[in-house]
Design a protein around this ligand. Structure first.
Ligand SMILES: [Zn+2]
Length: 444
C-alpha cells in the first residue's frame, strides 16, 4: 500500500478500504459540503438555488451540478467565504498574469491549514525518512506560507528542513546542498532544473547525500524531469495541486506513472468541457474537483483548466486510489495560432529541453508583415555551451520547430522567430511560471 492509503484509511476509519467504501465516505462528506456551502456561501446560495438534494443519491450524481469557473472566483471571492472573517487564518491572493487586475483570493481557516499540513506530511512521507534533511525552495517567510507548512509537516516526519525560499542565487543554493548534506529538495521545476545545471552538480553527485527531488507548482515537462534526474543522479517526484485545492492535491508514488490524489479531501472528476458530464477513466478531459473537507472556502465542481485523465489500470504501488496521469496541458498555456491550431508550451518544452542545450526560454506572440501570428522565442543557452556552437543550435532548433508547425498546420510557413535571450531576474516574492506574452498588444 501507498503511504497515502494508510493516511486515508485512518481518516475514513477503514485501514483496508475498497473503492466502494471510499466513495461512500466521499459521498457523505460531499453532502455535508453541499449543505454548508448552500447555507454559508453567498455564491453557492445563488448558484444552487432550486437544487433538489434528493436527486443526489451517489457520488456520480454530482454531474447534475453546475461547474464553478475560475472567473467567478476572480470576480467575487468574498461570496465564496463560508466562515466568519474572524475564522479566516490565511488569505492567499493569486494575481493572474497580465489581465484585468482582478485577483483570486483563497481563504483558509485553522482547520483547513491543519489539513494541508496533514497532506504534506503524508505526501512527503512517500519518499522522506526520519533523519532526512530537506531543502525547501518555495516561499516560507510568513506564517502559513507553503514553506512554513512544509516545515511543520517535515518535523512530524522526523526530518529536518532548511527553508530557503525561491532560488535567487543558484551557486549559493548548490553550496548549501553540499554543506548542509541535503537529502531532498522541494522546488519549482524550472528553478530546480537550472540549479542542477550548475557546476556543483558533479560534487553533489559524488557526495551522494541528495536522493530525492519533489517538483511542485508548475507543469513539469518529462525532459526537465529526466535532465534533473541525470544531472544529480536522484529520484524525481512530482506534485500536482493548486492553492484552490488547499495547496496540495496529489503526489507521485515510486511507480511515477501519475499522481495519487488526497481522495478523502478532494473528489476529482475528469469532465467533458462541452457537456459538463463526468468522463470514464481513460478518457481525456478537464480536471474538475470538489472539496470534501474545506471549511473556509468549499468549492464545488471547480474547473482547474488542466487537461488530464485517470489511468484505467491499477498502479504498481498497490494503492486503492486512482492514478491521475501527469498533467500535460493547461488552458492558460495554449498559444492560439489560426484555424483552431494551437501550440502548447508543454510541446515546446518537451522538444527544446529534450534535444537542445537550453536552460530556459520565453515565449511571445507577435505578427509578421502579412499580419499572421508568429511565435517569438528568446532562449537562454546552457552555461557550458561554447559561443561558436550557438548559431548551429539556433538553426537546428528552428528547423525542428518549423517541422512541428508544418505537421500541425498541414502547410509550411515561417512560424517561429528565435533569438538568444537573457535569463530574467527571479521574482523572489512570487513564483514565476512560464507564460505567453502577447507582444502584439504591447506594440500598439
Ligand atoms: Zn502508485
Amino acid at each position: 500500500m501507498n503511504n497515502l492509503d494508510h493516511w486515508i484509511g485512518r481518516k475514513i476509519g477503514l485501514p483496508h478500504f475498497t473503492a466502494r467504501e471510499l466513495e461512500a465516505y466521499q459521498f457523505d462528506r460531499f453532502q455535508n459540503t453541499l449543505e454548508r456551502a448552500r447555507k454559508m456561501s453567498q455564491y453557492y446560495q445563488k448558484k444552487l438555488v432550486g437544487l433538489s438534494v434528493e436527486s443526489l443519491r451517489k457520488m456520480k450524481d454530482i454531474e447534475k451540478l453546475p461547474l464553478t469557473n475560475q472567473m467567478d472566483l476572480k470576480t467575487s471571492p468574498m461570496e465564496f467565504l463560508a466562515v466568519s472573517q474572524q475564522q479566516v487564518k490565511k488569505i492567499v491572493t493569486l494575481n493572474s498574469s497580465g489581465t484585468t487586475g482582478s485577483a483570486k483570493r483563497i481563504f483558509f481557516s485553522e482547520a483547513d491549514l491543519n489539513l494541508t499540513v496533514d497532506f504534506f506530511e503524508n505526501g512527503m512521507g512517500v519518499f522522506t525518512e526520519p533523519g532526512d534533511r530537506v531543502l525547501v525552495l518555495l516561499p516560507g517567510k510568513t506564517p502559513a506560507s507553503i514553506g512554513d507548512l512544509l516545515k511543520k509537516a517535515l518535523k512530524r516526519l522526523g526530518a529536518e528542513s532548511v527553508i530557503y525560499g525561491v532560488v535567487d542565487d543558484s551557486k549559493r543554493v548548490s553550496e548549501i546542498i553540499l554543506k548542509e548534506k541535503i537529502t531532498g529538495v522541494v522546488g519549482i521545476p524550472q528553478q530546480v532544473f537550472l540549479l542542477s545545471q550548475e557546476k556543483e552538480a558533479t560534487a553533489i553527485k559524488v557526495a551522494g547525500n541528495l536522493r530525492t527531488v519533489l517538483l511542485s507548482t508548475d507543469y513539469v515537462s518529462p525532459s526537465i524531469s529526466r535532465r534533473i534526474r541525470e544531472n544529480w543522479s536522484v529520484e524525481v517526484f512530482e506534485h500536482y495541486g493548486s492553492t484552490e485545492m488547499g495547496y496540495g492535491g496529489g503526489v507521485f508514488c515510486g511507480a511515477k506513472k501519475g499522481y495519487h490524489m488526497r481522495e478523502a479531501d478532494l473528489y476529482v472528476e475528469i469532465v467533458d468541457p462541452l457537456t459538463q458530464k463526468s468522463l470514464p477513466d481513460g478518457k481525456m478531459g478537464e480536471v474538475v474537483f470538489t472539496t470534501l473537507t474545506r471549511e473556509a472556502m468549499p468549492l464545488i465542481r471547480y474547473r482547474t483548466g488542466d487537461y488530464g485523465r485517470f489511468l484505467k489500470e491499477d498502479c504498481d504501488c498497490q494503492t486503492g486510489l486512482k492514478t491521475l496521469e501527469r498533467i500535460k496541458n493547461r488552458v492558460e498555456n495554449r498559444i492560439f495560432v489560426e484555424n483552431g491550431q494551437d501550440f502548447y508550451l508543454s510541446e515546446l518544452e518537451d522538444l527544446i529541453f529534450d534535444k537542445f542545450p537550453i536552460s530556459d526560454f520565453y515565449v511571445g506572440l507577435s505578427s509578421d508583415d502579412l499580419n499572421q501570428k508568429v511565435i517569438e522565442m528568446d532562449v537562454v543557452f546552457d552555461k557550458k555551451l561554447d559561443e561558436r556552437n550557438k548559431r548551429g543550435v539556433l538553426c537546428e532548433m528552428e528547423a525542428q520547430l518549423e517541422g512541428m508547425a508544418e505537421k500541425k498546420m498541414g502547410r509550411a510557413r515561417k512560424m517561429f522567430k528565435i533569438c538568444e535571450g537573457q535569463a530574467l531576474e527571479v521574482d523572489t516574492k512570487g513564483i514565476r511560471k512560464r507564460s505567453i506574452r502577447d507582444r502584439r498588444k504591447e506594440n500598439e
